[in-house]
Design a protein around this ligand. Structure first.
Ligand code: PLP
Length: 369
């Protein structure tokens, strides 16, 4: 099937682009010895897990549902982390997980007897900021994400087998990563050598164009050797960056002081992070003399994808391709306004497209009661 034969809206996952990220991940693993887990919170479209699993070591999660999805559909190692586990979840998570990670010493003490054979970890918060957005910054004041105080952790470290940290956010600068890792080592280095593994979390954009992968690998290897630990990374965004688009159709055009085009999707329902962080979508093409504001069709006044340039005037029925729609989009889509939910389709390396999921009125009804 070709794209023009499908009705919009749909997320289109591109296997060739995904493969290019996977090759970089495989190279990083080989050069550094680090293990790499997919962060399911970012991307959980399981129809392409078979194209990712051979290049990664497993998954990490934020909830019991993600633990189960990772174990059933991805395989490899399953890491179970949650900001706060509920009493009835820990045994079920530990049954499926290789490692269970607690966010606080209090949760560790409360649930440690339920962890069975799973290796037990604790989240540390180095209070280092690498985010432009306070909302996404684990080092924000009074952050609940992990334990801050090395002294408190020292008291329980002999009963832990590892630590998880996550303090990077869309960090594309190797030098910044390097500098901040020194600060992390300064704060927690004495604890690292007492455990078997340390996960440095996600947020490093190491699959990006021009990122010095070899330097990054050397730094991870040196860290692993210095502290005698197995190093994990938990990429979400870096694993799937640019691997999907949101394909939409222009439904209406108007000019209220600016040329506006309304498409058959919504920022709020289908690419929510753009709204949360106040950032613009990216569009292809984005060049030419005709400038438009591309708007979603929900009732929200600010449902706007961004402003873009086109080579020719837009017409009702034109197809547009919104870029970089894989991460934190499909996992956050919602039924706001009861709008048609984008289908999920996959473009194989030979260019053929298959639809792997369509959503109907029944699913909308079933999402409520
Ligand atoms: C603990 C943890 N690991 C991994 C990730 C994935 O981060 P990213 O998608 O920026 O790589 C996150 C994101 O919030 C996280 O909180």
């Amino acid at each position: 099937m070709r794209g023009q034969d499908l009705s919009t809206p749909y997320y289109l996952i591109d296997e060739a682009r995904l493969a290019s990220n996977m090759e970089k991940i495989a190279r990083l693993r080989e050069l550094s010895g680090a293990k790499v887990l997919l962060a399911l919170k970012c991307f959980a479209a399981w129809s392409v897990f078979d194209k990712m699993a051979p290049f990664m070591d497993g998954t990490t999660s934020s909830s019991l549902h993600e633990v189960r999805l990772g174990q059933e559909k991805f395989g490899g190692e399953t890491h179970a982390y949650c900001v706060a586990w509920a009493d009835d979840e820990v045994s079920a998570a530990a049954r499926r997980a290789d490692k269970i990670i607690f966010n606080s010493i209090a949760q560790f003490e409360r649930f440690k007897r339920k962890t069975r054979k799973a290796s037990v970890g604790l989240r540390l918060n180095p209070r280092i900021s690498a985010s432009d957005f306070e909302l996404a910054d684990p080092a924000q004041p009074f952050s609940r994400l992990g334990e801050w105080d090395p002294k408190k952790v020292e008291a329980v470290v002999d009963r832990l087998s590892g630590f998880t940290l996550h303090y990077n956010c869309d960090n594309a600068e190797f030098d910044l990563f390097d500098e901040q890792l020194f600060l992390v080592e300064k704060r927690f280095g004495a604890l690292f050598s007492k455990v078997e593994w340390v996960s440095l979390g996600g947020g490093v954009l190491f699959t990006g164009e021009g990122y010095p992968l070899e330097k990054f690998a050397r730094r991870l290897k040196a860290f692993s050797e210095k502290h005698d630990v197995c190093v994990y990374l938990e990429p979400g965004e870096a694993a799937i960056t640019d691997a999907a688009t949101l394909e939409v159709t222009v439904l209406d055009l108007l000019n209220n002081g600016k040329d506006l085009a309304i498409v058959d999707a919504s920022v709020e329902a289908h690419m929510l992070d753009l709204l949360i962080y106040g950032t613009s979508a990216r569009m292809s093409p984005d060049q030419g003399p005709h400038h438009y504001r591309i708007c979603g069709r929900s009732c929200l006044a600010g449902d706007v994808f961004g402003e873009f340039d086109f080579p020719a005037p837009l017409k009702v029925g034109d197809r547009l391709s919104i870029l970089d729609a894989a991460g934190y989009s499909m996992v956050k889509k919602n039924w706001f306004n009861g709008m048609k939910m984008p289908a999920i389709a996959i473009r194989a390396k030979d260019g053929t497209i298959r639809v792997v999921r369509e959503f109907t009125y029944r699913e909308y009804v079933k999402s409520l009661s």
